[in-house]
Design a binder for this molecule. Structure first.
Ligand code: FKS
Ligand code: ZN
Length: 347
């Protein structure tokens, strides 16, 4: 399997996130990607290539201009207030309050975000744009005929919507790659999101569209972050009606239930008959993940990859979550080798 990777992810190293009522060290750290890269070098055959530069055009195809402008300037505006700590929002507009973009950076951070767990640092913009380029390069390789590619990117993307950040995500790498596939030959793309958390950003970006099928398996939002999207009755809107499938599961559900949902999701994708699939690959469904209440063992990830391969489609895997740093490498590599082993047997 082809891997796309850049060291630029290290430019985003948040110091603290608000969690359990405390400012704690960030779970989403550079070491995650370092461990995955090392494990791929050690035990997964295939080339590792650097991303190409796509400029902002494909990012603009998904994210709103004001939001892109905000992300680009946020750190400088924050630093201009004489602050050197991470930039975090502090309050939000809720029911009855007006949604007008403030001038002050503190107000902008609130206006363009939905949580206090996603610090912006000096290098966030560079890291986030490189992450989008990593995913885009994977999409370009799929268009060139590659049957599988892995975008080893961070910061992750699936919580980022057209105009807000949160959940450690700034630019929606999987959505940007998906839109690029559609703009360059693909008529229909299916997104399978198997991160433990609902991909609220991806869902909202494609909610009105029938040329993207979004399927997500995640912890029930009644019990788990991001709480306010991901219910099973969210099925799409307008032309998109019927092209959004949420499969929420109990927080501590068992392996059989999880694989049952995977089979349901894969069947729906197969019926949709897309040109290719994008997998938002989070491995925070791991039993020892520090922020999740999930159940998969490392060996289960081999079956995850194998079942995805059974779709018989070209697949772009895009990294999302997974915080058990010691095991994140093997868990990701197991998905990828499970996928390629089936592919090899099929040939
Ligand atoms: C735990 C509070 C939850 C935020 C969790 C964010 C999850 C991010 C992710 C992504 F893939 F985007 F990285 N804090 N007590 O894993 O979905
Ligand atoms: Zn997650």
């Amino acid at each position: 399997m082809l891997t796309i990777y850049s060291d630029d992810h290290r430019l985003h190293r948040g110091r603290v996130e608000l969690n359990d009522g405390k400012l704690q060290p960030c779970y989403e750290c550079p070491e995650r990607a370092d461990v995955i890269l090392e494990t791929i070098k050690r035990s997964a055959p295939g080339d590792i290539i650097a991303p190409l530069e796509f400029g902002l055009r494909p990012v603009r195809a998904v994210h709103k201009p004001r939001y892109i402008e905000f992300l680009r300037q946020a750190w400088d505006l924050w630093a201009a207030e004489g602050r050197s700590c991470d930039a975090l929002p502090l309050n939000w507009a809720v029911r009855g309050m007006r949604q007008i973009e403030p001038d002050h950076i503190d107000g902008k951070l609130s206006y363009f975000s939905f949580d206090a767990g996603t610090p912006i640092t000096a290098g966030t913009w560079s890291a986030a744009t490189t992450a989008a380029n990593v995913a885009l390069t994977g999409a370009a390789k799929i268009l060139e005929g590659e049957r599988g590619a892995f975008a080893l990117c961070r910061p992750p993307g699936h919580h980022a919507a057209a105009d807000y950040f949160g959940g450690y995500c700034f630019l929606n790498n999987a959505a940007v790659a998906t839109q690029y596939l559609l703009d360059n030959d693909a008529a229909r793309v299916a997104i399978l999101d198997i991160d433990y958390h609902h991909g609220n950003g991806t869902q909202s970006i494609f909610y009105d569209r029938s040329n993207v099928l979004f399927v997500s398996i995640h912890a029930d939002p009644l019990q788990e972050y991001p709480y306010f999207l991901g219910h099973s009755d969210e099925q799409g809107r307008g032309d998109g009606k019927g092209y959004n499938l949420n499969l929420p599961l109990r927080r501590r559900c068992g392996v059989n239930e999880w694989f049952g949902a995977l089979d349901t999701g894969l069947q729906r994708i197969s019926d949709y008959a897309p040109d290719c699939a994008v997998v938002s690959l989070g491995v925070d469904t791991y039993i020892d993940d520090p922020i999740s209440q999930a159940c998969l063992e490392s060996s289960d990830y081999l079956s995850v990859g194998a079942r995805i391969a059974q779709l018989g489609l070209p697949v772009l895997f895009v990294l999302e979550g997974g915080y058990a740093v010691n095991d994140v490498g093997i868990n990701v590599v197991n998905v990828l080798t499970g996928f390629t082993d089936v592919r090899r047997r099929a040939r």
